[in-house]
Design a protein around this ligand. Sequence first.
Ligand code: PHE
Length: 347
Amino acid sequence: MSGAELAEETRTLVAAGLARLADAPSSAEVRSIESELLGKRSRLTEMKAGMRDLDAEDRRVLGAALNQARTELEAAAAERLDHLAARERRAVLAAERLDLTEYQGRASTGHRHLVTQTWERLEDVFVGMGFTVATGPEVETDWFNFEALNLPPSHPARSLWDTLYLDTTDLDGVGDQQLLLRTHTSPVQVRTMLRAVREGSGPPIYVVCPGRAYRQDTADATHLPVFHQIEMLVIDRGITMGDLSGTIETFTKAYFGQELTSRLRPSYFPFTEPSAEVDISQPDGSWLEVGGCGMVHPNVLRAGGLDPEEWSGFAFGFGIERLTMIRHHVTDIRDFITNDMRFLEQF
Ligand code: PHE
């Protein structure tokens, strides 16, 4: 056959190939057509191998036709792959799409967020146990968040809390107080003691302090940079570690039910001595850490205006999200903040 006839055959092959590629239903199909048309055992490859038997002019004509054929087929295959990938992406997006207008006609009026529900239930449980509820500001001074809690400025344990400090240089009148976003609800302990002394309402003090806390932290399955804690503070005469563990166990049964139990593991916090981590048993038998606790350090009592010779007490701080995870079998804490209706609607 002449070069011209062979070139004509390549054009027939290309036309047929382009038609098949344009209809290929999947990327796998595109790849198989491509290798059938351009692979080692294809007619085009065979023609290329046969070029050595042609004379110079025929070789030139066929060579050009073969190059053209390969370029066209490869471009068509790439274009079809792009198109199919875009179609697959659209299908995934459509399947995962959340159209909030779908919620407009429904009878549901929405409800409080699961973490808010837990916050309220916790208050109910503790009020039922005889506690009152206290609050404090989320923007705190370094003194309340650290110093009054037995953490002087260069105390190494400050690094336990990755703190978000506020830049107050432009805020005339704030003075030289270092402001920060509180890293825990523990500053409310000191505020509560000072207020009780000032107003003559205590001690004894039996309060819980729920609220938001902040840490410069990367979110993962068990941590959020913005989260909630509930703090307990008890100050009375002759309070012991037994009162602390008994109160935590009573709370555990009251909030989770009789099946669950708590345990204390020795730990360290500058504001309590001795200190412990609190774990709560999970239905599957494992333990999840929910917070810290301990006997209030004498220096903290002094910062609160109380005489450690006369008063003693205990405190704990629990993560509200952590408690919610145990009670509602949530395995990733980030689910609380992604606002996926499919998650939120379950509670
Ligand atoms: N404030 C501690 C924390 O957030 C928890 C804690 C509270 C420990 C009270 C002891 C007593 O890490």
